[in-house]
Write a protein that binds this ligand. Sequence first.
Ligand code: HMG
Ligand code: MG
Length: 302
Amino acid sequence: GLPPKVTIYEVGPRDGLQNEQALVPTEVKAAFVRRLLAAGLPIVEATSFVHPKWVPQLADAAELMTGLTAEIGDTARDLPVLVPNDRGLDRALELGLRHVAVFASATETFAAKNLNRTLETQFAMFEPTVARAVASGVDVRGYVSMCFGDPWEGPVPVDQVVAVGRRLLDLGCHQLSLGDTIGVATAGQVRALVAGFAAAGVAADRLALHFHDTYGQALTNVHAGLQAGVTTYDASAGGLGGCPYAKSATGNLATEDLVWFLTGLGIEHGVDLRAVVDASTWMAGHLGRPSPSAVVRALAQS
Ligand code: HMG
Ligand code: MG
């Protein structure tokens, strides 16, 4: 059977806003995060401590986290943030943050475009960062990008993804988020990848799945993940998102679509759908474009 309970890992403020052309004011971002927490989302990834020239949309990461800490106290320190390297970790530790995520590429081309590293040298960048985070009591998630297909290299072999994921776990990451960065995955590939990790000794409870919805397969892929025993799913309120360094990446699976789907299966998630729709609709007003999510469009009118 399917798992009775799922954790939704909200990435809208980070994966969503990193790819929006509009520069969103810091206080609007803070209000978005607060609304998502109030909607019952248990984990809200807030921002990235990456190079501000690489992702100008999130250049205000420190101001955002300082503001959130003033507003909601210690809860803000449990919001995960991306850190690619030691410099990013320093910035996160200065603010007392307790959850970070590194992000690796499963392919050579995307390692170059997203991290300015090779498939091999990305690990030299992560190794001291993850070790120091763990030694500081900070919990580290490891993302793997381009797990199913890469716009420059085509389909990505399961063994190649598993090897990258294993190395992140061996460095000290507690969970892997397997990213379909450009939204090309199909359910058969999801099943094969989770089985590939199981064969390498990585159980489904250490995995999360991160779908983008370019080909409209994201929910079908979640279903395949549920059948394989994965219980953490990344999603973005309103379906915001993409990746500035992956051409053809579109929005993430919308949180609202995921919530609607899980509710229909009787799977517990703890999220107030109406409150997420309201937050997305409010954010769409700031971004000047409507949400691509069918569930948001349907419910916003009702
Ligand atoms: P680099 O140019 O190789 O950096 O970029 P470097 O290590 O050579 O350092 C150059 C300068 O940058 C130095 O300054 C550093 O201090 C500074 P200088 O000494 O010259 O004055 N620097 C920094 N400053 C602030 N914060 C930092 C930082 N690091 C270095 N963290 C780097 C390498 C990794 C920094 C760069 O490539 C980068 O920032 N990349 C981030 C790209 C990104 O954010 N992409 C989107 C997130 S991934 C994603 O969306 C996929 C995901 O959703 C899953 C999926 O869908 O698959 C997670
Ligand atoms: Mg993503």
